[in-house]
Design a protein around this ligand. Structure first.
Ligand SMILES: [Mg+2]
Length: 259
């Protein structure tokens, strides 16, 4: 089925009991923050995720550009199945954690990034383990300089590295692995296997996830997206995502609502 921006202005249907739910975090479940480390989930969000996890037989996962350790910090004490660093690492429902083999960033390249951030107050270097993000939400005028330094770093680091543009951040990361891979990895094992994948995300990097679930006859949902997108459905923002999840949970567990 072809998709275009005009066809995605449709609210997604409620989740069905056979869904495997994959959720981006920042800009999807949580409003974007100036400092990525300042983000934390509240009780309402944790409760929502627990309710959906029960309603979908455990098939709820977070798929994020953040490292899994960081996701755990934000959602604590919840420990959900997850794909982190845009699919480089993933953790299944048995808490078994795996990672794609990735190259190591040369120390001198990392040192250059440190120097750049020190010279540009308001920018922030986030080291995720296998990938490295420079955030510039606190320094929007540095966007071009950030893009340049990371392009240089990718070239210096050698083959196998790529630069990824996010919202107010640019990331240097091992090439060729994306959120769609993370979703497919999680779908290979119970309780996700055999279910219909649903992916909700807001960022450019989520397009790979939309393509992956579309190919599996799943449901792709873009959040607050004005660009051309591969997603077939659309929600207006974080509050609309919460509302849709709550309505879905009520439809999935009517007795829970009454009781
Ligand atoms: Mg996002």
């Amino acid at each position: 089925m072809p998709s275009s921006a005009t066809e995605t202005r449709v609210t997604p249907p409620h989740l069905t009991p056979d869904a495997a739910l994959f959720l981006d975090l920042d800009g999807t479940l949580l409003e974007l923050a100036d400092r990525p480390a300042a983000v934390a989930a509240d009780d309402a969000l944790r409760g929502r995720l627990v309710t959906l996890t029960h309603a979908l037989g455990g098939a709820v996962a977070v798929v994020s550009g953040r490292a899994i350790n960081d996701l755990d910090r934000i959602l604590r004490p919840l420990v959900l199945p997850a794909a982190g660093q845009h699919g480089i690492e993933w953790r299944d429902a048995t808490r078994h954690r795996r990672q794609h083999p990735t190259p190591t960033l040369p120390a001198e390249t990392l040192a250059e990034l440190d120097l750049f951030v020190a010279a540009h107050p308001g920018t922030l270097l986030e080291s995720k383990g296998a990938s490295f993000a420079v955030h510039f939400r606190g320094r929007p005028d540095a966007a071009r300089a950030v893009a340049t330094i990371l392009a240089d770093a990718a070239r210096d680091a050698g083959p196998g590295w790529e630069v990824l543009q996010g919202k107010m951040m640019t990331e240097l990361r091992p090439a060729g692995v994306h959120k769609g891979d993370g979703i497919r990895r999680l779908l290979a094992d119970p309780p996700f296997a055999g279910r219909r994948p649903v992916f909700v995300g807001d960022d450019w990097t989520d397009e790979d996830g939309f393509v992956a679930v579309n190919a599996l006859q799943g449901i792709s949902v873009a959040v607050a997206v004005e660009r051309e997108t591969q997603a077939r459905y659309r929600l207006d923002g974080v509050a609309a995502v919460h509302d849709w999840l709550d309505r879905s949970a009520a439809a999935l567990s009517p007795t829970r609502e009454r009781g």
